[in-house]
Design a protein around this ligand. Structure first.
Ligand code: PLP
Length: 407
């Protein structure tokens, strides 16, 4: 996305609101902050984490109030899907994405990753292939192996002119052709590139999947964090297509309202036969969702939209700050994300230009005090993923460090 000098800066409200005052997460078991605990950069400063996809912001008041109320109830016994869970989600999807689902097709799951693992066992056999666009969120790469299946990569193509990641249709067709590929795990909006696939792309993907009788499983955990109004999220299952009708979708409030630690997501499984097989496919390894996860998710879907819209304004601003910083870095490029709070940086030219053998962008960043995600984990060495979900001054400090690391 080109820099737009006319873009109005976010209001002071963004800086004075809950998005500025972030609690210190040290000592809370925060995965994001513990990775670099006790480590220092080359000048002795603490390394600021910009890796795993959770934000440092407080969750919205509506979520906190619902949690307080649930805690005040004071009984935390085994809990299955609460009476309002599926209906609240259905209303949210209808309002937000014009996607009408039947609430009886919703299955609460303790996490999308867990749900993806269930689909591998539900819809394929040992030795089968599970195809996906790469680079991709790491569990898409390692879960098939854990289930004795194979990952089949279909690399996305960077189109620098169009500022877009695009699908290689020939490669997709070839990948899905062998009869042993049973599933396509679609990540949309896409982590790490932030791509929002268009309705045309999704229909074409549906055609290919239908031709090869491959089931599409669509992870749409990022669907409520679309940054560009001109590229709306289209739920795969909302397409008028046979492949869509037999697909499975995952959604959650966790990314958008920053409640990933509460372990609550939803699978939408229109096929009754697959719904009946779901629990058995979990092999006794899938725990119930905890009651606080339900309470927080319902509140977020029901009342969290004003907070979400303010967050999107802030992330747009952060995206621009980060793109401006990257524009100053020779050998580093980035296709602007259309969704998510993630930035996917191509540092391969930077790497090739380094005189020192073994120079590595991840190490260079850590030495300069910034801890991004390493592209290797997503199947793309030479790339970095940067998480923009933090207070603006922290991001600005991180970007200064990035400039030092990769200048
Ligand atoms: C595409 C995608 N799917 C799933 C997850 C994790 O979902 P959960 O915490 O519900 O397992 C993430 C987390 O970053 C993600 O980016």
């Amino acid at each position: 996305m080109p820099h737009d000098p006319t873009q109005t800066p976010p209001s002071d409200n963004l800086y004075s609101s809950a998005f500025a005052a972030c609690p210190d997460r040290h000592g809370t078991g925060a995965e994001k902050w513990d990775r670099y605990a006790g480590q220092a950069d080359d000048t002795g400063r603490a390394i600021i984490p910009f890796w795993v996809a959770d934000m440092d912001f407080r969750s919205p008041t509506c979520v906190l109030t619902a949690l307080h109320q649930r805690v005040d109830h004071a009984v935390f016994g085994y809990t299955h899907d609460t009476p309002g869970f599926a209906a609240t989600l259905a209303a949210h999807l209808e309002r937000q994405h014009r996607w009408a689902i039947d609430p009886s097709t919703v299955i609460g799951v303790p996490g999308v990753v867990n749900g993806l693992a269930v689909t591998a066992r539900l819809l394929s056999a040992p030795g089968d292939g599970i195809a996906t666009f790469t680079p991709v969120y790491p569990p898409f790469l390692f879960l098939p192996k854990l289930a004795d299946r194979r990952t089949v990569s279909v690399p996305l193509q960077a189109n620098q002119q169009a500022n877009r990641w695009e699908i290689d249709w020939d490669a997709l067709d070839k990948a899905l052709a062998p009869p042993t590929v049973k599933l396509f795990w679609l990540c949309q909006p896409h982590n790490p590139t932030g791509t929002v696939f268009s309705q045309m792309d999704l229909l074409r993907l549906a055609d290919v999947a239908e031709r090869h009788q491959v089931t599409v499983v669509s992870d749409e955990i990022w669907c409520d964090l679309v940054l560009d109004d001109d590229s709306p999220h289209v739920p795969f299952a909302s397409l008028d297509h046979p492949a869509a009708r037999r697909s499975i979708s995952f959604v959650a409030a966790s990314k958008t309202w920053n409640i990933a630690g509460l372990g609550c997501a939803a699978a939408i499984v229109p096929d009754e036969h697959l719904r009946r097989g779901w629990r058995a496919a979990g092999g006794g390894l899938v725990p119930m969702i905890n009651p606080l996860g339900y309470a927080a998710s319902e509140a977020a879907w029901l009342q969290g939209d004003p907070w979400r819209r303010t967050l999107i304004d802030l992330i747009r601003h952060h995206r621009q700050l980060a793109l401006d910083a990257v524009a100053d870095l020779p050998g580093v490029s980035c296709i602007a994300p259309q969704a998510t709070y993630l930035l996917w940086l191509d540092c391969r030219e930077w790497h090739a230009a380094q005189p020192a053998e073994g120079a590595d962008p991840q190490r260079a960043c850590e030495a300069a005090g910034i801890g991004p995600s390493d592209g290797r984990e997503f199947g793309s060495p030479g790339f970095l993923r940067l998480n923009l979900g933090c207070p603006t001054p922290r991001l600005e400090e991180g970007l200064n460090r990035l400039r030092k690391a990769l200048a």
